[in-house]
Each structure stands twice: as C-alpha cells, then as structure tokens.
Design a protein around this ligand. Structure first.
Ligand code: NAD
Ligand code: TYD
Length: 359
C-alpha cells in the first residue's frame, strides 16, 4: 500500500486532490495530510473522509523541521504531494514575508526531510519514492494579449511576491534534482476553480457577492486574461504526472480556456440567473448592475496561458471539464453548501471546526 504525505490538504486544491485520490484508489492508499490550518485551511473540506482508517490529519507547519522529520521517521512515506503555500496574490502584495517563509523556507524543509528519509548511504534514493511539487503558471510572468503561451521552457519572470516565492520554491526543487538526483517532478498549473475555493479568489467571490446583491469588484479594465481549469482535472493531472510522468521533469497543466475577468463575471451572472428558480428571492439580487470597476492590482499580470502539449503528448492528460459545465458544477456546489460559505465568510470555521483538531 502506497503512503502519501500531502501538505496543505485542508486548502482548496489539496482537499479536492484528497477526495479525488480516495475516489480513485479507495483503500489501496494511505494519506497523511499535514496542514498548519492558516486562514486558508478548513478541515470541514474533508469531513466526508476524516473517519477513514487510511487517512490521518497532522496539524503542523511545514517550516517546522522537527515536526516534518517526525512524520517521515514514524511513517514509510512513498509519495509527497506538496500543496502547502500562501496562495493569494493580493495578500502577497500586502504582506510578502509570510510568502517567503512558507513557500520558500517551507519547501526547503519538505525537500530536506524527504531527502534525509529517502537517501541511501551511497547517495542514491530508495526505489519508488517520489516528490511532486505543485506550482503555478504565474512563475512565467505575464504574456501580452496576442502573444503566445507558457511552455515548460519559458524563462521564469515572476512579478508578484506570490509568484516570486513560488519561483524560488521551484528553483529549490530543481536544485535538489540537479544536485542530488532527488526523485521529483514539478507541475505548473493555471488558475483553478471549483468546490471549496476560499472566497477571496475571483470566482467564489463573485458567486457569493452576486447572491447577496453585493458589488462585484473588477480590477482595472477587467480585460486581464486567465486560463481557467476545473480543480478535479488538476487533481487528476497531479496523479498522472506522479505515476506516469518522467522523473525530474516539469509539466505544465492548463485548461485551454482563456477568458478575460469581465467575461468570467458575466458568465457567472448569466449562469446564476439560469440556475436560480423564479421564486428564489436571490434571483432579483443577481444583476450586471453590481459590476463595479475598482483600482487595479499593483503589478497586475495581463495574461496567463498554458500550452499543455507536453502532458498531453507524454501522459495523455487533457482538460476534461469544459468551462460551461465546470462553472455550473461549481455554482451547484456553492448552492448546496451555503452553510460552508457562511461559516467561511463569518470566520466560524476557524472557531469551531478547526478548533476540534489539535496536533
Ligand atoms: P489554499 O490557499 O486554498 O490552501 C493552502 C493550504 O496550505 C491551506 O490549507 C493552508 O492552511 C496550508 N498552509 C499554508 N501555509 C502553511 C504552512 N506554513 N504549513 C502547513 N500548511 C500551510 O491554496 P490552493 O489554491 O489550494 O493552492 C494549493 C497549491 O497549488 C499552492 O502551492 C498554489 O501555489 C498552487 N496553485 C494554485 C492555483 C490556484 O488557482 N489556486 C493554481 C496553480 C497552482
Ligand atoms: P485571483 O482569483 O486572485 O487569481 P490570480 O491573481 O492568482 O490569477 O484573480 C484572478 C483575476 O481576477 C486576476 O486578474 C485579478 C482579478 N480579480 C478581480 O478583478 N477582482 C477581484 O475581486 C479579485 C479577487 C480578482
């Protein structure tokens, strides 16, 4: 039975990945989820699986090398899937230091603990061990409106403290592969959306605000472009890269779904209007009149677009969920989980659910 150490599993993509993995492998795998439960970590995201015998939660900070080394010492870890990070660009602009701490130093701790646990006396590594570092397309910088795609060979040119810190973490993983022949992969993925996304990010923020008749803030001219991928497709890509990819390689993961922010907002409003019943009082609140142009984000990257050719050709992965279908599934999930959104926006998730779990 393979044992996974997943970092950041209480966050958006990590929790979707854990659900995906248990749906796919059921009792064939064991998952240990290590998460510091920052504002972005919510154990409620995992309540459906928390009682499984093959799942364990450990509350720990990835910068705490004793705590991480202890997990490796007490468990024969076969796979590391490293999600834990500070992930929001706006927060990184306000408070960059914690991004360097978690994203750069935390990744260094994860790499070093895995290396110490997996390295043999002759400097090679125990067979079959693999580390996957989950990263972002934002490390490649910004594309012009009509200018090309990000490939694995595109030089790094990060702009925000978030993307700079993720670029730093990627470089550390590359350094471990080059220096020690450490068995790892990197995935650089485009913007994700789907269930359990914290409502500071564009899509859940717009869904939630629109349903409450609150303003929908559009940064700048609203024409910045992101390449949106349904989160389950990302979870699947991570698993496929780890099991079928070539070690030491980077794979770009993207949705082939470029949209301007204003287009995303309009699609959400139209889809909400379609999906809400006529007698639902929220229907009258949802309106394009809520769209409000606000000051632009500092250093706002204009366009991201991934060319996922390598992962498609080598591994056979492709984005399965079309945006129209994915956004409907996402909105349906938020309709069914109004209480989740309420506890997140009120802060109750930290007072109640996360409190139940101490390290
Ligand atoms: P998230 O902010 O929703 O979740 C991050 C998780 O990490 C939370 O559970 C948080 O508690 C945990 N965490 C933060 N600091 C920690 C620390 N010091 N020690 C232990 N745990 C800590 O993030 P997400 O959107 O799920 O992103 C997950 C990963 O995927 C990140 O590495 C991010 O860079 C990458 N990524 C995200 C996107 C996206 O669109 N969201 C796209 C590409 C790549
Ligand atoms: P975000 O979801 O924060 O992801 P990222 O910055 O990592 O791409 O933002 C997506 C895009 O939406 C980005 O161009 C900024 C923009 N945006 C808004 O226009 N209004 C908002 O309220 C937010 C949160 C983002």
């Amino acid at each position: 039975m393979r044992t996974y150490l997943v970092t950041g599993g209480a966050g958006f993509i990590g929790s979707n990945y854990i659900h995906y993995m248990f749906r796919k492998y059921d009792n064939e795998i064991r998952i240990i989820n290590v998460d510091a439960l920052t504002y972005a970590g919510n154990l409620e995201n995992l309540k459906d699986i928390e009682n499984r015998d093959n799942y364990t939660f450990v509350k720990a900070n990835i910068c705490d090398k004793e705590a991480i080394a202890k997990i490796f010492a007490e468990n024969d870890i076969d796979r590391v899937v490293h999600f834990a990070a500070e992930s929001h660009v706006d927060r990184s602009i306000r408070n960059p230091e914690v991004f360097v701490q978690t994203n750069v130093l935390g990744t260094a701790v994860m790499l070093n603990c895995a290396k110490n646990a997996w390295e043999l006396p002759d400097g090679t590594f125990k067979p079959g061990k693999k580390f996957l570092h989950v990263s972002t397309d934002e490390v490649y910088g910004s594309l012009s409106e009509d200018g090309g795609y990000f490939y694995e060979t595109t030089p790094y040119a990060p702009h925000s403290p978030y993307s700079a810190s993720k670029a730093g973490s990627d470089m550390l993983v590359k350094a471990y592969m080059d220096t020690y022949h450490f068995p790892a992969n990197i995935t650089n993925c485009s913007n994700n959306y789907g269930p359990y996304q914290f409502p500071e990010k564009l899509i859940p923020l717009i869904i939630n605000n629109a349903l409450h008749g609150k303003k929908l803030p559009v940064y700048g001219d609203g024409k910045n472009v992101r390449d949106w991928l349904y989160v389950e497709d990302h979870a699947k890509a991570i698993d496929m890269v780890q099991e079928q990819g070539r070690l030491f390689e980077t794979y770009n993961v993207g949705g082939h779904n470029e949209k301007q922010n204003i287009q995303i907002i309009e699609i959400i409003i139209e889809t909400l209007q379609e999906m809400l019943a006529d007698d639902d009082p929220r229907k009258a609140l949802v309106s394009k009149d809520l769209i409000t142009y606000v000051a632009d984000r500092k250093g706002h990257d204009r366009r991201y677009a991934i060319a996922p050719d390598k992962i498609k050709e080598e591994i056979g992965w492709y984005p399965e969920t079309m945006f129209k279908e994915g956004i409907k599934k996402t909105i349906a999930w938020y309709f069914e989980h109004e209480d989740w959104m309420e506890r997140v926006t009120s802060g109750d998730y930290q007072k109640y659910y996360n409190e139940m779990y101490k390290a």
